[in-house]
Ligand binder design. Structure first.
Ligand SMILES: [Zn+2]
Ligand SMILES: [Zn+2]
Length: 274
């Protein structure tokens, strides 16, 4: 069986933008864009990851010559966006909100056709290290937005269903009665179609408010076993913490929760999907 290979290329560009429509009053702009509304530009160092998928050519041993992909991305993406003001210098952003989501759709369109041996399969656009959007060919009208949060908490892995000796045997050092702690990193991914007016899938303020109320403020600088009611009788393994976070966010978020990823350490990541 022939297996396809995905080639992922990284490109970077810096652009300015603002959330402000000249056909609206200051008050109306604030009503639409909230605390992001400003008549002045700010900017980002965007990082774009481009996935192209195809079969390895026998002669070259490559899916596609990376130089071709890179030249194409420089010409169709970077030369149009780098060191530009999106609102003033890049169509359609005089009319369309220059949100991360809309910029990703623009890039999707702008890439256009690729060499025939490969297909555009995946795009990820990072606006800051804590916010990125993804597009995938399998769900081409949808977009996923991921926001990253942190909390520090301690826990002791201990199951009430097991004897003390069994707990020590299974959990080892992690059963230490005094516990130990982690700087947890939480990725929250929501999916859907952006709001036509703001260009955003979800108002980030609303997302942040809910995630802080349901997770970060609840767990940050806490002992999960002692301070948090849901882990009074439940072993606070990162699997159980991830499931609890998913349950809490799934009912409270103002957008469709697609996935959470909980990084316990740089080597352990726990994922729960819708
Ligand atoms: Zn911005
Ligand atoms: Zn631990």
């Amino acid at each position: 069986m022939r297996r396809a290979v995905q080639l992922i290329r990284r490109v970077a560009f810096s652009s300015g933008h603002r959330y402000w429509r000249s056909d609206l009053t200051a008050e109306e702009n604030r009503a639409v864009f909230g605390r992001w509304a400003s008549p002045y530009n700010h900017g980002h160092n965007y990082v774009l990851w481009v996935g192209t998928t195809g079969y390895v050519e026998e002669d070259s041993g490559m899916v596609v010559n990376i130089k071709i992909i890179d030249d194409l991305l420089q010409e169709r993406i970077v030369s149009h966006l780098d060191q530009r003001s999106l609102n003033d210098e890049v169509e359609p952003f005089s009319r369309v909100s220059p949100s991360l989501e809309n910029l990703l759709f623009f890039i999707r369109q702008q890439i256009g056709s690729l060499p025939e041996q490969v297909q555009l399969s995946w795009l990820k656009l990072e606006e800051t290290p804590l916010l990125h959007a993804e597009w995938s060919a399998t769900q081409s009208t949808m977009i996923q937005l991921t926001r990253i949060y942190e909390f520090a908490a301690s826990h002791r892995l201990h199951s009430f269903a097991l004897s003390d000796a069994e707990n020590v045997q299974i959990f080892g050092k992690c059963n230490n009665p005094q516990g130990h702690g982690h700087n947890y990193i939480l990725e929250v991914t929501v999916g859907g179609e952006p709001d036509p007016e703001t260009g955003m899938l979800v108002a980030l303020d609303d997302l942040d408010r809910v995630v802080h109320a349901e997770v970060v403020d609840r767990y940050d600088h806490k002992n999960l076993n002692e301070d948090v009611p849901e882990f009074e009788k439940v072993n606070p393994t990162s699997e159980n913490v991830a499931l609890e976070i998913f349950r809490r966010l799934n009912t409270a978020l103002p957008a469709k929760l697609e996935r959470i990823r909980l990084h316990e350490t740089a080597r352990n990541v726990f994922e729960v999907c819708a």
